[in-house]
Design a binder for this molecule. Structure first.
Ligand code: DGT
Ligand code: CA
Ligand code: CA
Length: 572
């Protein structure tokens, strides 16, 4: 159980309590606990297991919360939360996913209008009942209607970070069984898609009943939905569902290939097989009745005259032609990343100091970082004005003297304001080592205004990179309306880099636009946007997105050693 998963349960608990109308103080205690856990550099599980430390040593964690964390680690859930989930209809908690609808507004819709599903809510908005509600009004009702559409389009998908943490935990548990010789994640999670609809796991075992029993008994599993001879479908407590299939060793590669997908990729593979007089299915490759291959994925691809294709590329977006011509890219790996150029400290909304961030980055093998706290427009994060920023840079210089083996750049994450000017003036930006320009506010502006802002930032000679370009938060905040062909061309013309923000709720640029950026020769930086020393763990998701885009080391600026990366600074 990772801290992030425990924190998510506390957040859900706080939401449901708030909808129920619980005491605000209690609600805040759970939210604070969630923050504390997210920012913790050590796992709660390890603290519980240790003899010399205790959860109650942590800020804001009293005896009651410590007991709850222990219960979550032990059972995967919290009785109180399970009860609340039965009391508050699932449609009501779903409303929380609508941008702009917090627990207070959802509570009003639930208690005063009796709305319990998104469909109810739509009707209530259209009939004018929502607009009449105290604190709502016509504009809010309209925003809610747009939000419902956004949530419906996003569906019930789960972030890759949550999906892969659960899947990895279950896979390593099944691996413990003596009868299990192989077990792996397949499906969209293996392809590292930004969200997963459900989880797919494959195992080789001589005893499929034993594997299914073990899965059914796993603390993360809430319920067995279906069970057959060799397959089982379960629902996890986090509400995502999982398919488990137990297969024979000679079918393992074929099953992995089949269940990794994507469907679109598999259709082409099957067609290639037919053209060669073969049949491919989840059991193997067959000529007539005869099994010819299927033990490994390599065998399956070889049967259709292709080299093995990395899962992240299997979307039928040109990977088969690349494979056929021996031109598959050598995809970037986590270990290639040498620097991280977007992170926050206690100067704004981060949880760790400059030196703590530098030490944590160094411990993870990074050779250079940029400290990029917020600019003043982000007042709720205590953003920096020019005076505080210069003081902060002075503090960074001091920190440099206290650590060796890692370079620390004096950076800034500067807002591109709604009127298309920069939040800090050129004079102070010119003194920075590294400037990230970003949109945070006014994301709903029409395309022309959004583009004016991005293009102005790109033509500012002090801007090194555009951070999380679309501003989207997956499943909760829609992306700004960007004309990508104009945007990417401008970035290429001005030599401005673009970020893949690795935070699992952002993953922005997305895979398609990152591939388009690569095609134009734009340098990409994969940044974690860390707000605590734990934040560096998100790197794997950013690298996953970069791999889906077909990026190699050459495409990613922060895979370069410091001596080379340094040459990219101040070159504009
Ligand atoms: P998801 O769960 O929506 O995030 O996406 P996937 O790709 O994990 O899809 P899922 O779980 O429905 O199925 C896993 C893989 O199994 C899928 O990528 C390809 C394969 N598969 C499932 N159903 C079909 C099908 O009807 N035809 C073919 N060719 N392949 C299928
Ligand atoms: Ca799936
Ligand atoms: Ca599935």
């Amino acid at each position: 159980m990772q801290n992030q998963q425990i924190a998510a349960l506390f957040e859900e608990l706080a939401d449901l309590l708030e909808i129920q109308g619980a005491n605000a103080f209690r609600v805040r205690a759970y939210r604070n606990a969630a923050r504390t856990l997210e920012n913790l550099s050590e796992s709660a599980e390890a603290i519980i297991a240790s003899t010399d430390r205790s959860l109650t040593d942590l800020e804001g964690i009293g005896k009651d919360l410590a007991t709850k964390i222990e219960a979550i680690v032990k059972t995967g859930t919290l009785q109180q939360l399970d009860e609340l989930r039965t009391q508050i209809p699932i449609g009501v908690s779903e409303m929380l996913r609508i941008p702009g609808l917090g627990p207070k507004k959802v509570a009003a819709l639930f208690h005063e209008l009796g709305v319990t599903t998104l469909a109810d809510l739509k009707v209530a908005c259209e009939s004018g009942r929502v607009a009449e509600l105290k604190g709502f009004g016509k504009k809010t009702a309209q925003t809610i209607l747009e939000g419902i559409q956004h949530v419906e389009e996003a569906g019930q998908r789960v972030l890759i970070s949550i999906a892969s943490a659960s899947a990895e935990e279950i896979v390593s548990d099944l691996r413990q069984l003596a009868s299990v010789t192989q077990v792996s994640i397949a499906g969209s999670c293996r392809r590292r898609k930004e969200t997963c609809g459900d989880l797919d796991v494959l195992a080789i075992s001589s005893n499929s009943a034993e594997v299914m029993d073990r899965l059914a008994a796993h603390p993360l599993v809430e319920k067995v939905l279906a069970r057959g001879e060799t397959k089982q479908r379960v629902r996890l407590r986090s509400r995502i569902e999982m398919d488990l299939r137990v297969v024979a060793a000679e079918s393992y590669g074929a099953a992995m290939q089949y269940f990794t997908g994507s469907k679109e990729h598999n259709i082409v593979i099957r067609r290639r097989a037919q053209e060669r007089g073969l049949k491919v299915n989840e059991y193997g490759v067959y000529r007539g009745e005869d099994y010819v291959a299927g033990r490994t994925e390599e065998e399956v691809y070889a049967a259709v005259d292709l080299p093995w294709i990395p899962p992240e590329l299997r979307e039928n977006r040109g990977e088969i032609e690349l494979a056929e011509n021996g031109k598959l890219p050598e995809l970037i790996e986590v270990a290639d990343i040498q620097g991280d150029l977007h992170m926050h400290t206690t100067a704004t909304d981060g949880a760790a100091t400059i030196l703590e961030m530098a030490e944590a980055a160094k411990a993870r093998g990074l050779k250079y970082i940029a400290i990029t706290d917020h600019s003043k427009r982000v007042s709720m994060a205590n953003g920096l004005d020019a005076t505080r920023l210069r003081q902060h840079w002075h503090d960074i210089e001091q920190a440099r003297g206290k650590i060796s083996g890692i370079e620390i750049l004096r950076g800034i994450e500067c807002d591109i304001l709604e009127d298309a000017t920069m939040d800090l003036d050129d004079e102070v930006l010119s003194e920075a080592d590294w400037v990230i320009a970003v949109l945070h506010y006014g994301l709903k502006q029409p395309r022309e205004q959004i583009m004016q802002r991005l293009l102005n930032a790109i033509s500012n000679p002090h801007v090194d990179v555009i951070g999380h370009p679309s501003g989207r938060l997956i499943g909760s905040r829609p992306a700004a309306d960007i004309d990508y062909s104009t945007f990417l061309k401008a970035a290429a013309d001005h030599g401005v880099m673009l970020e893949i923000n690795a935070s699992p709720t952002r993953l922005d640029l997305d895979d398609i636009q990152a591939a388009a950026a690569k095609a134009l020769g734009i340098q990409i930086v994969i940044d974690t946007d860390s707000h605590s020393t734990n934040g560096f763990e998100s790197l794997v998701y950013g690298v996953g997105q970069a791999r889906r885009a077909g990026l190699t080391r050459n495409d990613v600026a922060n895979s370069r050693p410091w001596s080379e990366f340094q040459k990219l600074l101040h070159r504009r």
